[in-house]
Design a protein around this ligand. Sequence first.
Ligand SMILES: [Zn+2]
Length: 311
Amino acid sequence: MQNTLKASVTFDGVGLHSGKPVRMKLFPAPAGHGIVFRRTDIALGDTLVPANWSLVERSPLCTRLVNDAKVSVSTVEHIMAALAGCGVHNALIELDGPEVPIMDGSSAHFVRGIMKHGVARQSQPIVAYRVKKEVTVTNDEGARATLKPSDRLKIEFHIDFAEAAIGRQTRSLDMRNGAFARELCDCRTFCRRADVDAMQAAGLALGGIPGENAVVFDGHVVQSGEGLRHSDEPVRHKMLDALGDLALAGGPLFGHYIGERAGHSLTNTLLRALFGTPGAVERVLCDPIMISRLPGQGLVWGEIPQQRRVA
Ligand SMILES: [Zn+2]
């Protein structure tokens, strides 16, 4: 059966790109509602923005949703990953600004906030999407993203950076049994020093504070405040982003995702190819065996990484 939140929860933070304060409130929603954002700072027109792949606007740095009335919500990937990883299918997310708060650059605050009260089971079966045919997309920079048929969600990622402190990293994870919360949810956004300087010169990432909400790599040097949370934190964060971007399918996905130096834009191109290829995906109602393989199933509070104190 579908799940929603047991209670509403509020997150206060800043937007990574705007640098402005933003309050985000998550509310329980009825079965069949899905995940929908609502901009409370806009008075007129359609302020509802459903979390769906078809509303994603081309944006290299984050995932931005835009509705027909041109109302947008940016940087949705980390909250989408948290909701998918906790098995929440229905929620209304109110925002008083254009961007989801960045918090510490990971999904850990969101996972802890959602699981503090837990999820409530609803009365309708879970609608999921099962990959039937392999679909691959590539871009001009040689990145590649693939979805293959699988009886569960598996996320595999490969990255290769010139920065010595990142280098080549590879990881693959079966997302069952709370694996997201245990292995990925505390992994933070990262970037290269040169990218930070270029973004801030272009008026982006104004809320970015190295070591506080992003890990910055400069050759051998890691600016992190508390050190790395995992030795391969960057590739794990890419997997977190992939879960959040795949959650825009509109329901849990049963498939094996492989990202090779992929990003938000390419994962969205992959979903567009999946839903645009006849016979590549089917909509299914989850039976008990499928439910037992969903990312949020079996998640235990004691396994969620707790807030760290930074000296
Ligand atoms: Zn991210």
